[in-house]
Each structure stands twice: as structure tokens, then as C-alpha cells.
Ligand binder design. Sequence first.
Ligand code: BGC
Length: 911
Amino acid sequence: MADVLTKPFVVTDLRFEHHLVGRAFGIGEPSPRMSWRVCGTSPGFVQEKYEVQCFDRKDQEAISPVQSVEIQSADSILVPWPLELPLKSRQGLFTRVRVWDKVQAKPSEWSELSYVEVGLLERGDWQCQRISASWKQDSSVPRPEELYRKQFHVDHRRKISKARLYITAQGIYQAEINGKLVGDHFLAPGWSAYSERLHYQVYDVSDLIATESTESCIGVRVAEGWFCGRIGFEGGRRNIWGDQTALMAQLELTFEDGSVDVVCTDESWEVAPGPVQLAEIYHGEKYDCSYEIPYWSSVRSKNEPGDSVWSKATNMDPLPTSTALLAFMGAPIRRLHILHPEKIITTPKGKLVLDFGQNLVGYSRIKSIKSEAGRQISLFHAEVLENGECARRPLREADALDKYKLKGLPEGESWEPRFTFHGYRYVQVDGLPADTDPLSSLEAVVVYTEMEPAGEFFCSNNMLNKLHQNIRWGMRGNFVGLPTDCPQRDERLGWTGDIALFTPTACFLYDCTGLLKSWLADLAVDQAVLGGVPPLVCPNVLFGQKTGFPQVFPCAIWADVTILTPWAIYQSTGDATILAAQYKSMQAWINAVPRDSANNSPLYTPKQLQLGDWLDPDAPPNNPGQAKTDAQLVANAFLIHSLDLMAKISAILEEATHTRTYVNDAMAVRKAFADEYISPNGRMISDSQTAYALGICFDLFPEPKQKARAGARLAEIVRRNAFHIGTGFAGTPFICEALTSTGHAQVAYRMLLEEECPSWLYPITMGATTMWERWDSMLPDGSVNPGDMTSFNHYALGAVATFMHERLGGLRCVEPGWKKSRVEPIPGGDITAANINHLTPFGKVACSWKIEDGMFQMQVEVPPSTTMEVVLPSSEQSEAKLVSSGMWKYSIPYKQPNEWPPNALTWYERD
Ligand code: BGC
């Protein structure tokens, strides 16, 4: 029997588009859609209507709203902007919402006020010039940072009511006003397809303008970053988007009398080389204090020391109109955690190494170090130790080395890099004064794009909990501005295949919609340049580089990102505008898929090899694409899956003709696939884990009996393989689900719990704290895999977390945006309890279960305005029961499945 608990009724989390709650500042959407959550409603709550009020000041009690709108609607997710007019550039409003409960016909309390402000929407709003350093530089070598400054006058007879800095750079910038840092963004303006899409940021700088003096000063550091620093593997390339850094900044001071002063970048600004002598993404940062200019971003009187280094900035041509200046759709990269070293290690070579106990992405900060002037401290970052020393080889050509030359201040010195980041757990510190305590002199600053944590998972098996934690850390480290493959070596690129497979997991762990939406827009732009074929990495830095990859490479999975990622975001958010925005990109890919026209077959028949089931554990270290599963089979399986999704997407977008086309195409390829790759009895041409996993999950078997045979064969292969994983990128997200959905859940659990290499838990037995790129990035003897592509922080193989969420935790989304969820735990292995929750657009959905004294006990939480299908693990209650919002408890007798643990098969046994 279910019983019900209740709590008070409040509207919370009023938010705009996909921006974080309370952070819709400087946004680019003039009519932002609004969403809210309702907490503590009575069970079965259904919203009847809502009312929105907008104010232009915060003290709403004292003033009447600019507008008040009441709307009869049950919607609470991405509802249309309530005002008749869109917001104008720079305009901000405070809004609040209340809702009515249909059953009780009474309103909630008003939500707290939530502020939204737009940035500069038109190019004409930008009055500033694009400026650069005046001196000629050799663009073939890294250049030092540039410091730009401008002193300005503020007439304080008027009171400032609002001060905003609108700013961007070609490079990476960090701004200061009167010697104080502006905002807390890291690596702004972030990385994008710069030629077409350059982001700008908006900062509230009201508190930084001097009030006691009429003079103020703005200073901006600009370094090369991705824009003109070296990016790419096998030598990479410098100056991909331009061979010169540039700055555009516009400081607007609005006074209470309505007047506005604007300080714009132009030739009146000064520029000088700064103390950051090297600022590279891969190689790190080198700071030489002898180049410091005291008070460079503060008001200086004439003839102060360092005056001679300044020269006039140069006006560049205006930014071409083909480059859109855009506000970011998500949140910025920020410094989000601080870790302290756990251990001091003296290596066999006598090096001092600090162990932070966690493979992380960010940088090391040195603190209060006292020493003589001129001493240099070097920080070399590594993910693992090999033979007791920091392992250099996995970084390939990235130096990952920061250097700081001390000034010799008697009170001690602290320093941190500004323009680089590293993927590391260990720091080798050279040059630390002998009398300094290393543990208190260094800390690690963890950086990634700020995203709302959305999913948690725990169970009674601590190894699985650790696996889940490692998957979360892997995501953090590879969501630095955009989704990347890895954060440490000379890559860190937006590899499309990795995120194509990981998006469902990512969207469960964090609300990463804004970041992914922006990256997908970049992808569409880069794809158009290649005639509709998506690039392997976005932003496409491989174009024009000698990498061994063809410039135009129609590669399944990597290119299917155009469809798989928007679809997964849609599932998690219910936002169909993402599908509409990417529809052309999706279609362009499907149109570009090379078919076997010579034989009049709809099958995907690429001219080049495919990456296929990349990193199959049996592929040789230096040929990760040489998998057991035929790459063309993999490509066709994904083509059918993509076509199925295209049919669904077209129907959602009411594109009836296209729906029919994709349904027919999917049918034709399915038939050709079965003819080509499946035997009448359900065996597949590639008799491999990945082939069956894809066949089962993408519904590729014409007959149910073939699918059942395929499931049995898959279980047999897994048992014969002694429960070792046999899949690469393509099969990994699907293998456990394929086993479970064909009735072999216990085989799936046995495989999930395997600890010997290759398996998901093997890295944990080797001390992993993130997901590895390879199943055996570190070999059992502790040496680093000999392949030249060995990262210890790659999220792709962590896609198994979705199985843990959906089958072990038992929680899945049934209708987009979690309007309807399903709870159907499948207990397995020796796991006796699991606890999972996810913050949906409607509120928290959760399930926790345990097996105790022969009883299966479960509690679920269903968010307001949603429903949940509940299925208990019992043969008597296999039908789903639909429940409405609230908390529900269940308790039924439970018998452990008797096939645990399943047997491994030897080579001569048959299942
Ligand atoms: C990346 C991968 C990527 C692959 C494809 C690697 O170097 O790190 O994650 O998908 O190349 O070739």
C-alpha cells in the first residue's frame, strides 16, 4: 500500500531559458521563456493557471508592476515571455510568479523576485573599436600577454545608478577596474567557432567605480588562448582564427538623471606587454615579475615607474559582420572547488611531488611563499605516476608546466595562472624554498563550466559508488566551456563522437543544456563549411592541419552527434526548440551519409574507414580503430537509429513529408541491414558484444525470436569472456541495457561488477579517480599503456552510468522533460539497496529501495504536475501503476534471483 506525505506549497527556481537560477544576466534572448518549480504541493497537484508580475525596481511593495499577466495554463516549463514587447538591449526586469492549484483553487505565495537582464542585442549597440597592440610581433612564436588600460573621469555630481562592462576578446581576457578583478569568470570569452560566433560577457561593475575620486581606471589583460595559441595534435597549429589578439570593451555608466557615460576601447587606450610571458593552453603559463607594472589597472599620475612601457593601442578594422557577437547561452567557466594536497611524495629521482588525491582539471595556486627575489618555482602537472615519477608521455606534446619567478616580498607571495588549465592529480614542484611546508603552500583550483548539479546515485556497493563519482569527475573536467575528449594532452578538443554517446548521462548528472546548445550552434556552423558533413571536432581546428584524417570525413557516431545530442537534450528538458534549431544540421548529415548507390542499396557505404567501435579492448594499443565489430555494421546500426530519431523529430516539428521520408528510409536500411548482417536465427555477422548490443538496443532484428536468440548469444559471449567488457565507444553505452532487456540482467550485473581488466571497475582497483580513455590506460603492472593516446580523463566509457541510473536505480524519463517518469528497479548482483534522484524541470524525482528481511522496500518522489509509472520487482505486479505527484512508499516480499552469480563459460562449454 502506498501512503502519502505532504509539505507546504511554494514556487521556487524562477529561471529564464537555460540559464542558472539567479544568473540570467547579460543574456542574449530578448523574450526569454520562463520556468519554475513548485515545491511541497499536495499530492496530485496540477497547476491551473499562473500569474507573472514584472517590476523595474526591486522594492516591488512600493511600486506597481510594469506588467501583470494571468495565464490559464498548466505549463511551468519554458512558458512564453509574458510581456507584449521583448526586452531591449541593456534592459533588466525583476519578475515573480504565483500559481493556482486546480484541486484547491487557491494561489501559492509569490515566488522570490528573479532578475533578468539582456546584453547588447544589435551590432549597432557596440560603439567601441576593436583594438590591438601597436607593436609588430612574430606570430610563429608564443607572445606574452598584453595589458590594456584606460583612465577615465567620472563627474560625481551625478549618482551612478548602473555600471556595466560589455567585453570580449580575440584571445582570453581578464579585466580589472581600479586594481580590482572584474567578475569571477575564467578563460573568458570561452571557445567557439570564432569566425562566425564570438561570445561577449556583461559584468555589473557598480561597486568597482571609484566614488571618492573623480578618476577611475580600467585595465584588461589579453592572452592568446585558443584564438591564436597553438591548438591541435601532431604539431597542431598556431593562429587558427587570426594572428593577433584583440580587445573590444565598452564600459557604460548610467546615472540617476538618465545620462550615460561610455568608455570605449579605441586608440586612446594604452597597451604594454605584461608579466605573463607565456600563456598557452597546452604548455602552461610563465610569469616573470620583472615585467610587472605597478598599479597598471589603477589611476596613475604622470611619470610613475613603468610609464615608458606603455604605447598607444591600434584600432583594427571593425569586427566583420559575418562574426556574430553573442551572449553565451549557458554559464561561464568558474573556479568551483579548492582541493588541498593529501600527500607529499619524494620520487626515486628525488623530485618533490604533491598528490591531490583526485584527477582534476584546473590549476595549482601557490600561497604565501617567502623567498629571495628571482627564485623560480615550476609546477609540472601529471595525471599518474609511472615508476614513481610524474608520467610525462600521456601528455604528448603538452608541457603542462607553469613557472613563477618570485619578487622576494618579505610578507610572502601568492600566485595563480590566469590563462591555462591542466588535467592532473600530481604536481611536481621544483624550486620551492627548503624551509617551506609544501602542504600549506599549494592548492588545486578546480575549474569547469558552472552547471546545476542534477543527478545523484548511491547504492550498497562502494565500488559502483566510486565508479559513479569518477564519471562525475570526468564530466566536470571535460565540460570546460564546451564538451571535450580530454583535458590534459595536446588535444582537449570538442570531439563529436565522445559527446554523442555521453549526452544522456551528462544531462542526468548536470543541467548542461546551455553549454551544449551553444556548442551545437557552433557545430552547425562548422558543418556548413564542410558541405553538410559534420567535423570530427568542433570548433573544427583540424581543418587545414595534417592529422591523418581526411578534411571531409563522413564518420558515423561522430557525425550522428548532430542528431543524438539534441535528442538527448530534448528528452531531458522537453525543449523542442533545440530540435528545431538543429534540424537543418541533422538533415544535412543524413543527406551527406554515403550510401551504396552503385548497388542501389540504402546501406551506409563510406569510402574511408570508420572509427567504428573505437577503443575496443582487443584493438592493438596503436590502432584503436581495429575493433572486433565490423565498422560498417556499426555505421549502419547508428544510421538506422538516427533515422528513427529523425522520424520522431520530424513528427514533433510537424514536418509531415519529412517524417514519411525518414520512416521509409529507416525501413529500407533496416531491411538491407538484416539482409546483410543478421542470420535468420538471429546471429550477427560480427559475433561480438557491440554488434548484439546495438542490434538489440536499436531494434534491428526483424523477428522477436531473432532478438531473443541475439540476447542469449550476447549473454553467452559475455560469459565466455569471463564477464570482461568487450566493447569500445560504440557498444559501451548499450551492452548492459541489451543484456537486461533480453532477460539477462544478472549477466549484465556480473559484468558491471567485474574487477579484472578490462572492466569498468578495474581502473578503480588501480586507484582511478576519473574515467579513463582506455579500459587499460594503466596496465595491471602499473605502467602506462604503450599507445600514444592514453588519457586518464575521458568521459565516453562512463556512459554506463545511464544503465546504473535506469536499471539499478530504476529511474528513467518517459516523456520529454520528465513530464512522466518510470520507476522499475531491477535489483542485481549482490546489491541490496540503491538511491537515485534527479532534478527535473518540474522538481526532484527520486527513488530509493532496499532489500531487507526478505522484503523489497521502496520510496519514490514524484514532482508536481508530473506522473510516474511504478513497477515493482515482483512477478505478481509486473503491470505499471500510474501515480501522481507526492511521496509513495511500497513494501513487498522479495526473493533473490537464483541465477546469481552466473557462471563463466570456458571455451568448450555452451550456454
Ligand atoms: C580522442 C577521442 C576521439 C578520437 C577519435 C582521440 O584522440 O581523444 O576521444 O573521439 O580521437 O579519433
